[in-house]
Design a protein around this ligand. Structure first.
Ligand code: KG4
Ligand code: ZN
Length: 334
């Protein structure tokens, strides 16, 4: 089969990104413009500001990506774009850009689910082996997904309330360590000790998660101590918090692997960058026959490379979209 070059576009939250990927795995060029510095001023992503910045950046990002690859649209086989889930105003910018490019250049349009993109970040430097379980952990999602083969997603468990990344960001904001909270809490967690007794959430037989109780427990502990003028050790609090998160995620995942008799486990999403989670899984699976892997750090948080990588498998199966496709902020993986 001839080589296939997909142009991916991602704008679901606060990163504007374009990437060209060959045959679903070889990254040719990628451009990512992050708005973190802007949203840091507000302690979180402001949707209206995010959309406006995508509008400002999207053309530049796509042009630079083609230029860096030394390619023209004639050499691109299809345009893959995130259509959901995400912030609707942000999604619309990438989607409209992709539709325009697809129409003007007469290239197929591929609408990629953002979470499928996160999962396919695992196929960029390695090959995903099936059947597998994917633990998808991001700012908006905490899902356990069983995959029998490419693009066969079965969600077997989800968070009943907050997503794990959201919980990290909220805890970081309350205890005053900055935004985005995930990497900062992760770093501090490696400097402290497990000293605070926090509740382990939803310790049941399901594959679901719950993080709002844990989040509230950390916030209450912090606020109560502050009122009593007791100085809490933030590093120890981060370690204690992260230990509970890691325990919850790993115990449910291990149960899912057993129940589905699956030997392949992948991590996906921004929180897959978490060192504590990666280390604990590695410890658990050391010397076992479980094949555990996760994407390179740069493919964990939002990027268009993963969208182009996922889009390749849709291209191969001829799954294309028409120009009337709309952004779907609450889209689920199916
Ligand atoms: O996948 P992503 O870039 O955006 C969404 O699709 O949501 O994930 C962003 C989330 C944020 O909540 C961020 O705090 C979290 O991923 N995150 C981390 C780490 N790096 C990013 N959470 C925990 N530990 C990390 N090292
Ligand atoms: Zn994401």
């Amino acid at each position: 089969m001839k080589d296939v070059y997909i142009l991916g576009i991602e704008s679901s939250c606060d990163e504007t990104s374009a990437s060209i990927v060959k045959n679903g795995q070889e990254e040719i060029s990628t451009v990512i413009l992050s708005q973190i510095d802007i949203h840091t001023l507000y302690g979180g992503v402001v949707p209206e500001i995010a959309s406006r910045n995508h509008v400002k950046d999207v053309t530049f990002v796509i042009d630079k990506c083609l230029k860096d690859a030394n390619m023209t649209m004639d050499q691109i086989d299809a345009v893959a774009v995130t259509y959901g889930p995400g912030l609707v105003g942000s999604l619309l910018v990438g989607l409209e850009a992709a539709k325009t490019i697809s129409y003007v250049n007469n290239k197929p349009l591929i609408a990629v689910n953002h979470m499928a993109g996160h999962i396919y970040a695992n196929n960029i430097e390695r090959r995903m082996k099936f059947p597998l379980i994917a633990l998808v952990i991001s700012g908006g999602h905490t899902d356990l997904i069983y995959m029998e083969d490419h693009f066969k997603f079965k969600v077997i468990g989800s968070t009943l309330d907050d997503a794990v990344g959201e919980c990290y960001d909220k805890v970081a904001r309350v205890i005053g360590i900055g935004y985005p909270g995930g990497p900062l809490v992760d770093k501090l967690a490696h400097e402290g000790e497990n000293t605070y007794n926090l509740p382990v959430p939803l310790n049941d037989d399901s594959f679901n998660f719950s993080f709002s109780g844990l989040k509230s427990a950390v916030i209450n502990l912090y606020n109560t101590s502050k009122m009593k003028n007791i100085e809490l050790n933030r590093a120890n609090l981060c370690t204690s918090f992260q230990n509970v998160v890691v325990e919850s995620l790993t115990s449910k995942t291990v149960k899912a692997l057993k129940k589905y008799n699956v030997k392949n486990l992948i991590l996906a999403g921004g929180v897959a960058a978490n060192k504590g989670i990666r280390e604990r899984f590695e410890e658990i699976f050391k010397g076992t026959d479980i094949n555990f892997s996760y994407p390179n750090m740069k493919y964990c948080t939002d990027n268009a490379t993963m969208i182009a990588a996922a889009g390749y498998f849709m291209y191969k199966d001829g799954i294309f979209s028409t120009l009337d496709i709309n952004a779907k902020s609450g889209e689920i993986l199916k």
